[in-house]
Design a protein around this ligand. Structure first.
Ligand SMILES: Cc1cc2nc3c(=O)[nH]c(=O)nc-3n(C[C@H](O)[C@H](O)[C@H](O)COP(=O)(O)OP(=O)(O)OC[C@H]3O[C@@H](n4cnc5c(N)ncnc54)[C@H](O)[C@@H]3O)c2cc1C
Ligand code: SF4
Length: 488
């Protein structure tokens, strides 16, 4: 184990984030790393408990807890404490294909299940993970590993998000020839165009893609399978196809006024913003620019939060985030005990920034959007909401009841819909005659769809989720595909 009684000696410590007001002036990452000596102390807090829950990857009451990748957390904490950096990196990469992504954006399902967290602040698992992998990149330990053998089998992976990348990495290591098709101009899926630069700098995604290229993976961008690249050809030209196309259909807000200019889906908005940050040339399209506008974001989740941070950096006049659910408690309730993932109020980076700029949290709870109003020129001018109460019905299900006399008008020039996604797009489902499950995800048995030799993974298969779960899906699908190929 790390340091005997380290958890009693050292307090949990995370690096200071950059100052909220200062960081609004740029798009750089908000997080820093701790000095190595301090990070070592944090790893020394790990108790190496007899039955660690942090790496369990369980689902309790429908909610995942513990690391879905089953990262060997106590083992690499120990190696980090002993400053055996290279061994720690090897241990980490045994289970996690891309710790540099999860170390930045994972909600750390592990930390909610940390045994130390029962009576003390949890171990800084995510931060320890990040420091191991960044140390490895900075010190030249991340050399390309080309496969020792070639099987002669060719695999097409469609979609270059975390699922597609994880799948490509493993199949390439197993000696197959892997080509990743991506319809976008850049590789990375939502890691590139979705999660904003201040949470995950795009040079980090490019760094990994360059490494994978050196290891032998081929990437073909601006290749939209089923549109400018024939889906049938993939079946003919490759021995197997793995679809990792994400869950691209946004949930719409069906209220009067929600169609047309001034209302945009969060992902279109975030994509345009990142493209602008990266290309830096042309102006942002006016309808996707929050500068000097009153911005209303419908949806209080993480995507809505990324819209808050983006709107603030673009120079909005005001920003509010409307959430239909009640405000979460500040600490665990009796109904949400350890080791469940704690469903508690988070003040995320963008809320901290809004508080620093305007003096209050931009989130407003238990609000249902009734209408989006437009002026005589058709421009969005207000959002009308009602306050609701959640009532438990006789069947035990909760449903919203509008509270009379609570109607409110919010000034708005730009409305962003961040209400999640309803499932994968139809193009390839139709091209390959795939079936869908009750939640409209692509149905598969051990990642194999009803179309022979066609596999699926990630959000397309499991529904809108997390980077860590998409990596896990990509890894599992790679193994299923490999078994299929060796039996062929
Ligand atoms: C705004 C936003 C912020 C998020 N923030 C976080 C976070 O902080 N932490 C976290 O853990 N999770 C976060 N998530 C969720 C996470 O990003 C996703 O769960 C994850 O990226 C899913 O990975 P994937 O590989 O399945 O799909 P995606 O990342 O969606 O990638 C799918 C790729 O397939 C491509 N594609 C689709 N169809 C085709 C086709 N026909 N031909 C070629 N290419 C195609 C798409 O262009 C895309 O690049 C966020 C999601 C959003 C929307
Ligand atoms: S990937 Fe996420 S859940 Fe797993 S150890 Fe890292 S931070 Fe924790």
């Amino acid at each position: 184990m790390g340091k005997l009684f380290g958890f009693l000696q050292y307090e949990r410590q995370l690096p200071e984030d950059r100052d909220p007001l200062e960081r609004l002036n740029d798009w750089n990452e908000i997080h820093e790393l701790l000095p190595l000596e301090k990070q070592k102390e944090q790893a020394g807090r790990c108790m190496s408990c007899a039955v660690p829950f942090c790496h369990s990857g369980m689902v309790i009451k429908g909610v995942p807890t513990g690391c879905p990748l089953h990262n060997l957390i106590p083992e690499w904490n120990d190696l980090l404490y002993k400053e055996q950096w290279n061994l720690a990196k090897e241990r980490l990469l045994r289970t996690n294909s891309f710790p540099e992504f999860t170390g930045r954006v994972c909600p750390a399902l592990c930390e909610g299940a940390c045994t130390c967290g029962i009576h003390q602040p949890q171990i800084t698992v995510r931060q320890n993970e990040l420091s191991i992998i960044e140390h490895a990149f900075e010190n030249g330990f991340m050399e390309p590993r080309r496969p020792a053998v070639s099987t002669g089998k060719k695999i097409a992976i469609v979609g270059s998000g975390p699922a597609g990348l994880a799948c490509a990495e493993i199949l390439n290591r197993l000696g197959h020839s892997v080509t990743v098709f991506e319809r976008s101009d850049r590789v990375g899926g939502l890691l590139m165009y979705g999660i904003p630069n201040m949470k995950l700098e795009k040079r980090i995604v490019d760094r990994r893609v360059e490494l994978m290229k050196k290891e032998g993976v081929t990437f073909r961008t601006s290749c939209h399978v089923g549109v400018n690249q024939s889906a049938d050809e993939l079946i003919k030209d490759f021995d197997a196809v793995v679809l990792c196309c994400g869950s691209g259909k946004p949930r719409s807000l069906n209220v009067p006024g929600s169609e047309g200019r001034g209302v945009a889906y969060a992902l279109s908005y975030l994509t345009a913003s990142t493209r602008h940050v990266l290309d830096g040339k042309a102006d942002l399209p006016e309808e996707l620019n929050a500068k000097d506008k009153h911005v209303i974001i419908v949806g209080g989740g993480d995507t809505g939060t990324d819209c808050v941070g983006t709107a603030l950096r673009q120079g909005c006049k005001s920003v509010h985030q409307l959430e239909i659910m009640p405000k979460p408690p500040v600490s665990r309730t009796a109904q949400n005990p350890w080791p469940e993932y704690p469903k508690i109020l988070k003040i995320d980076y963008a809320q901290q920034e809004a508080i620093a700029k305007y003096g209050s949290d931009p989130r407003q709870y238990q609000l249902q959007t009734r209408e989006i109003q437009r002026d005589e020129k058709g421009n969005v001018c207000a959002v009308i909401t009602d306050r609701i109460q959640w009532i438990r019905g006789e069947d035990g299900r909760m449903s919203p009841k509008v509270l009379e006399g609570t109607t409110k008008k919010w000034q708005a020039d730009l409305v962003l819909i961040a209400m999640g996604f309803t499932g994968p797009e139809d193009t390839l489902i139709q091209s390959y005659g795939l079936t869908q499950d009750g939640r409209s995800n692509v149905a598969a048995e051990n990642y194999q769809t009803v179309c022979k030799g066609v596999f699926t993974a990630g959000d397309m298969h499991s529904g809108q989720s997390l980077v860590v779960r998409a990596i896990n899906e990509g890894q599992q699908a790679a193994m299923a595909c490999h078994e299929y190929l060796v039996q062929e």
